[in-house]
Design a protein around this ligand. Structure first.
Ligand code: MF3
Ligand code: CO
Ligand code: CO
Length: 303
C-alpha cells in the first residue's frame, strides 16, 4: 500500500492504492468516525476508521487467510526454473475460483500515470529489483532469480493477504541473506504484536534488524488493516520509533509486509503505473502475513 505519510494533501494520490486523488477517495472516510459496535464507548479521535472486527468477521477473514496460505503452498510446490510468472498467475487464478473465491488484485485500483490502469492480473509477482506490485508476464524464471509472489483472496467478502519469497536455483550469499533477513524482519514485527503495543514498536523492530545487516527499509509502501476491505486503516510502517503511534487493540486485523533492499530504499514506479522498482537497480525482498491481535498476543491468520 502506498504510504500517506508524505501524501496528506487533498490532491495527492490516496494512501489506499486506488490511484484516485485523496480528496476523491479516503479523505471523507478518514474524517468519519467508525465505531466497532453500539456498546463500545464513542471512539476517540485517534481511533477513527480502524475497524475492530467482530467474531463473525474474524471467522470469515480466518477462512480467507487460510485459503491464501493454501494457494501460496501450491505455488511453493510447483515453482521452478523455466516457469513464467503468467503461469503462476494462472495457477492461482484458477484455483482461487475453484474454491469459490475471487482474486482481489484482478482489476483492483487505478495505477499511476496516464493510463490509470486497474491491476490486470490475479497476483503480484515481484522479480529481483522489483519492490512490489510486479505484473505477471511471459518471462521464464531463471537460475539466480528471487521472486515475491503476493496472493490476496476475497472469500465471501472477506480478505486475506500474504506473500512469500522464492529463491530460484543458486544465488550469491548476500542475496540469500537479504531474503532470510527480510523474513526475520517480518517475524520480529509479528513478535511485537499484542494489545497496547504501539505501531512504532513494530516498525522499529523491523528497521533495526534490516539496518544491522546493512540493508534499507522501503518507505513508500506499508502494511495495512485488512479483512473487510483489501486496504483499511491503519498504515503499518516498517520503520519507526519505539513507543510512538497508534496502540494496538484486541481484534484489529492487519498485515506486516516489510520490503527490504540491498541498496538504497528509494523507489520509482514504471510506465505501467504499478511496478515499483529500486531506483538504484539493486535487489529487493518482501514477506507478508495477515494477523489478528488477540487478548494475549497475536494469531498469524495466513500461517
Ligand atoms: N497484495 C498487495 C499488498 O500486500 C497489494 C496488491 S494491490 C494490486 O498490499 F493491485 F497490485 F494487486
Ligand atoms: Co498487503
Ligand atoms: Co499482499
Amino acid at each position: 500500500m502506498k504510504t500517506a505519510a508524505n501524501l496528506i494533501s487533498r490532491n495527492a494520490t490516496c494512501w489506499c492504492g486506488s490511484g484516485k486523488k485523496y480528496k476523491k477517495c479516503h479523505l471523507l472516510i478518514d474524517q468519519k468516525e467508525v465505531s466497532a459496535s453500539a456498546e463500545e464507548p464513542k471512539p476517540k479521535r485517534k481511533d477513527r476508521n480502524i475497524i475492530i472486527k467482530t467474531e463473525e468477521q474474524i471467522d470469515g477473514i480466518r477462512k480467507s487467510c487460510q485459503m491464501t496460505k493454501d494457494l501460496l503452498d501450491m505455488v511453493e510446490e510447483r515453482i521452478s526454473v523455466g516457469v513464467t510468472t503468467n503461469e503462476i498467475d494462472e495457477w492461482v487464478h484458477l484455483e482461487t475460483l475453484a474454491r469459490g473465491a475471487v482474486p482481489a488484485p484482478l482489476n483492483y485500483g487505478r495505477g499511476q500515470g496516464r493510463q490509470r490502469m486497474p491491476f490486470p492480473k490475479s497476483i503480484c509477482t515481484s522479480l529481483n529489483e522489483v519492490i512490489c506490485h510486479g505484473i505477471p508476464n511471459s518471462q521464464a524464471l531463471r537460475n539466480g532469480d528471487i521472486l515475491n509472489v503476493d496472493v490476496t483472496c476475497n472469500f465471501h467478502g472477506y480478505f486475506g493477504d500474504a506473500s512469500r519469497m522464492f529463491v530460484i536455483g543458486e544465488v550469491p550469499d548476500r542475496t540469500r541473506e537479504l531474503v532470510e533477513v527480510t523474513r526475520e524482519c517480518l517475524n520480529l514485527g509479528i513478535e511485537q504484536v499484542r494489545p497496547n503495543t504501539k505501531l512504532g514498536d513494530i516498525g522499529h523492530a523491523i528497521q533495526e534488524h534490516a539496518e544491522n545487516h546493512g540493508f534499507s527499509v522501503v518507505r513508500d509502501f506499508a502494511g495495512h488493516g485488512v479483512g473487510i476491505e483489501f486496504h483499511e486503516a491503519p498504515q503499518i510502517l516498517h520503520y519507526g520509533e519505539p513507543g510512538i503511534g497508534e496502540a494496538l487493540r484486541e481484534n484489529m486485523i492487519f498485515t506486516i509486509e516489510p520490503m527490504i533492499n540491498i541498496g538504497d530504499y528509494a523507489c520509482k514506479v514504471l510506465g505501467d503505473g504499478w511496478t515499483a522498482v529500486t531506483t538504484d537497480g539493486t535487489l529487493s525482498a518482501q514477506w507478508e502475513h495477515t494477523m489478528l491481535v488477540t487478548s494475549s498476543g497475536v494469531e498469524v491468520l495466513t500461517a
